[in-house]
Ligand binder design. Sequence first.
Ligand code: S3P
Length: 164
Amino acid sequence: MKAILVGFMGSGKTTVGNLLAKKLKTPYHDLDDVIVEMAGKSIQQIFEESGEMAFRQLEHEALIQSLDQEGVLGTGGGTPIQDMNFELLQNTKVPVILLDVLPETIMERLRDDTGRPLAQELGLTGLVTLKSERDERYEQVSDFRIATDDLKPTEVVEAISRKL
Ligand code: S3P
């Protein structure tokens, strides 16, 4: 991998990751998509039929598999929170970039989301609490942080490129 993006749901990992990969002329891998392919089910279905623990196990396997690939990797919002992934991400030589956003921006972006089981389960206030619980880990695992609230996706990509 050339770069790994971490951050909360709605922080723009997929949009920015695709653009960054294009700029670096390398493939983009979205960890959620790798999981969906491995399981042959949507994220929603995995949560409903097998529960979050099963999802986290698949996510860990998908991360190990993806770290060996060439390209840019967009992780899921919960990926760095799991101890076994946290260590992998801390120890990798690949730059890990935190895309950060204010809770207000996340609430705005996830308000009508139906594809994120945790967002639906927790509601908007629950999401803000979850983000505050996770923020320290995102910081610890990343090499640098970009505050994306006032930036267009292309500007986020520029900011990342300057630091890579
Ligand atoms: C999750 C984030 C999602 C997805 C799953 C769980 C989380 O990824 O992996 O729904 O725990 O924050 P995105 O951050 O791409 O939405």
